[in-house]
Write a protein that binds this ligand. Sequence first.
Ligand SMILES: [Zn+2]
Length: 417
Amino acid sequence: MLLNLPDDQPCLTPRQFGERLPANELESPLGQQFSPEEMLGKLVGFPTVSSQSNLPLIDFAADYLASHGIVSHRVPNADGGKSNLWATIGPDVPGGVVLSGHTDVVPAEGQPWTSDPFTLTARGDRLYGRGTTDMKGFLAITLALAPEMAAAGLQRPIHLALSYDEEVGCLGAPSMIREMRETIAPPQAVIVGEPTKMQVVTGHKGVMGLEVHVRGKPVHSSVVHEGVSAIMVAARLITWLSERMETNRLAAGNAGGDSLFVPPYTTLHSGRIEGGTAHNITAKDCRFTVDIRTLPSERSGDYLAEFQAFAASLESEMQRVDPASGIDIVRRSDTPACRREVQGEAEALARALTGDNAEHAVAYGTEAGQFQDEAFSTVVCGPGDMEQGHAPDEFITREQLAAGEAFQRRLIERLKN
Ligand SMILES: [Zn+2]
């Protein structure tokens, strides 16, 4: 649904092709008001790629909230280089709603972008920029509406929860979730605003991230039998992942494949690999990443155990040639699946606010399962389409931004009573 504002609102005048929107100027945010689109311009202007600090964005958000009388709390990482931020708007009583989103984005480097990924750029109905869909659009709406939330006379609170390092394995949120659980009056629901086209998503897969280091023995490739090629071993490990996924695919097909999940089985994938020295030397090292996305009904630990068992069998072959060779597997992240709750309060609330009564699941991971693990009733529901997430020329439509805004306005109305 599109929101019509009067003509004297400069933020929503028609935009020209390729026009650059207000980005991240240095002016003080004291007491300033932003439309969601203007706020999105601000947020996109912070290049909060997960490898970088998110503190400039967090500072901006904390100052902005403070300028509207909203006290926020930081929960930093170990070295203080990144931080979560949470805040309560309204009375700290039970029955509130947590609006949750991550501040970090995936890199734009190496992707063919038509415009600067960190400058919000409008073309027609589309607003381009890294993170517009995943998921600064949701955060922009939430922050833009925060002054209204503060002025609304809420009977039950809205809690904001901004995390870091979601894109690298949901590493940031758990410390904030624990602190919120210990601090705030129990909320009724958590809405994780990842892009679902405003559908109510009650399930997604778990995601486990591994890093594998194969340690070989370098020799000239004319005497390959005297060496251990880390690359050749890595290839067998990766082939195992591929075959294990094929087994799952066939099993899902035989079972009728009526699952909510697309694809309807646990996937195993390697997205990055490096190793070797030259074409005629057996590789001393090969490193690759693995991600395993499990259905809520399966356990990531079971897949890890199978993979480790296969690696152990290869390792004993390698060590017959060189006892110093081997395979190291490190678990970098293990994000729980989002499970559909029995009579979940978050689901009921989101359905009431959206009118969406269909069952939806998504194939990507979110922080929802981490909230559920701390006993928060949680669903995923936010503006934008994950089709555009992580892609070059990522965009969100103004229509989706308006739909997300309408959702939050309905939430404000509901919490006034
Ligand atoms: Zn996301």
